[in-house]
Write a protein that binds this ligand. Structure first.
Ligand SMILES: Cc1cc2nc3c(=O)[nH]c(=O)nc-3n(C[C@H](O)[C@H](O)[C@H](O)COP(=O)(O)O)c2cc1C
Length: 210
């Protein structure tokens, strides 16, 4: 029995294209994997810890090979709880809007919490950096108001897809499938609806073998 972790990053779940596509994917996934569990982190309302002060100092302690003070250890406990939840899952699904050419700040906050030395990546002078979250597939649903077709000038502003692929790759993900839903604003509602329907159709198929 596998666990799928769905991180939904939309600020408006009631009218979200990325979430609609991810939900269609997960619905189809549940039909073909009835014994599996889906754990959802809704970043529009679920609380995640701040990564400031003692938590950030806790990271530097680890990087310098030093023990945590009591205060740092208390802040670090909340960080470890998030990492454990993330690593417990066998598969990852993310539904993510583009915000100012990148990702929404709450998802960035979440990634700043879980990307940690000795937990999700390691470093040694001999080997360099190695990801520790291996052997898991990831499926990303990315919604954008505009259109960032590869090869166009607009594509050079797409920091959403390369950032997420880079960050997940850094911690060990090698099998990352991306579904882009665009444009959700620029072409009007009919175009957006057509694009999300296309993504939903592909998502349902992909889910069966995920
Ligand atoms: C704060 C904010 C910033 C945004 N920045 C961009 C942007 O840089 N480029 C873009 O194409 N769309 C941008 N959009 C539009 C969203 O990417 C678009 O509405 C998308 O469909 C949102 O995802 P969702 O439908 O899953 O909620 C922005 C929307 C918001 C609310």
């Amino acid at each position: 029995m596998a666990t799928v972790f769905h991180i939904q990053a939309t600020a408006t779940p009631e009218f979200s294209y990325s979430l609609r596509a991810a939900r269609a994917f997960l619905e189809s996934y549940s039909e073909s994997h009835p014994d599996d569990t889906i754990d959802t982190l809704d970043l529009s309302q679920d609380r995640i810890p701040d990564f400031l002060g003692m938590a950030a100092r806790g990271k530097y302690r680890i990087l310098h090979g030093e023990p945590h003070t009591d205060e740092e250890a208390r802040a670090w406990k909340a960080v470890v709880a998030e990492i454990e939840r993330f690593k417990k899952a066998d598969k990852l699904v993310m539904s993510v809007p583009m915000w100012n050419f990148s990702i929404p700040y709450r998802l960035k906050q979440y990634l700043d919490i879980i990307i940690q030395p000795t937990y999700t990546f390691s470093y040694s002078p001999e080997k360099g950096y190695s990801g520790l979250v291996t052997g898991r597939p990831a499926m990303l649903f990315l919604a954008r108001g505009g259109q960032y077709t590869p090869g166009t000038v607009a594509a050079s502003f797409d920091f959403q897809r390369p950032y997420l692929e880079g960050a997940l790759g850094f911690i060990g993900f090698t099998e990352i499938t991306v579904a882009v839903i665009e444009p959700t604003l620029e072409g009007g509602p009919d175009v957006a609806e057509q694009r999300v329907q296309e993504a939903i159709k592909k998502a349902r198929e992909r889910a069966r073998t995920f």
